[in-house]
Design a protein around this ligand. Sequence first.
Ligand code: ZN
Ligand code: ZN
Length: 364
Amino acid sequence: MTSGFTRDGAVEEKKLGEESTAGTARGPVATLRRIAFLMERQREETRRIEAFRKAARTILPLPEEEVRRRAADGTLTELTGIGPSTAAAITDACNGVVPERLVRLEATAGPLAQGGEELRARLRGDLHSHSDWSDGGSPLEEMAMTAMELGHDYLVLTDHSPRLRVANGLSAERLTRQLGVVDAVNEHLGGSFTLLKGIEVDILDDGSLDQTPEMLGRLDVRVASVHSKLKMDAAPMTKRMVTAVRNPHTNVLGHCTGRLVTGNRGVRPQSQFDAKAVFTACAEEGVAVEINSRPERRDPPTGLLELARDLGCLFSIDSDAHAPGQLDMLDYGAARATEAGIDADRIVTTWDRDRLLEWAAARL
Ligand SMILES: [Zn+2]
Ligand SMILES: [Zn+2]
């Protein structure tokens, strides 16, 4: 063991417990979920994280006695989806011990970015997230549960629209089915947290939106984003984006430049458009300019963020999470908004659910 931590949970727990409750021993499923969450927020390798998510799914339906017996017998790895490292974590949890891996992860689990803590504490929810219905990695109920654990009042589920085939975009029929599942999840949760109905709808080449007006009208919040022909000339791109912003269904302009600044998808330059014209349209229409929190995007770039601020735009600090742990990336967006001196009341994700829903429905 190279980390300096022991597997003697009692000792470690006490030490960690002095500062927070983070070191408290959890049950096996909660332990696996917590490990996956912390790995995701720190952008560890997806394949390694998936092992923990998969192991949690495997043991979730099993009787507690069976999990304990297998942990004691050393037969957890006979179950499909459980390998040596996940078995070790489960065994520790069964023994009331915090796994060493989790102790190490908890030790670096502070804010992801400096300077935005005050604003981050005022954020009530998130308008942009994906589930395994499109290109996310987890079921929508897992996304909802994690959002609740983060203290959100609401999370808008915004899976992709049909044209984005590479991301398994939802047809009107699949979206209709998803809305039924969202209703069922909310009935189950009942109360202080709401999973809201949404979409990340593609802005097509002519500026129209990639879903029927009828379906768009059934949703609570609509994020409109450009995902294709990002290298279009500035004049048609400006027209395309302004047309989308003027569409009364649009509430949020997602990751407006499309740039990628880091990460395993490589880098991509920002799209060219007349930002003043686009943001003026946003300000006039009450469409929020998204501050996309993903470190790969950091979109809009600082200069454009300041321009949108000066033109009187509303903003939405969103995670664009494709996995539960990424929901915590709002820290990055909050730090950028704070640095740009954006007034918290102009950030729609600081609003309570009722105010948010009223705003989102205002132009329909
Ligand atoms: Zn997108
Ligand atoms: Zn997205």
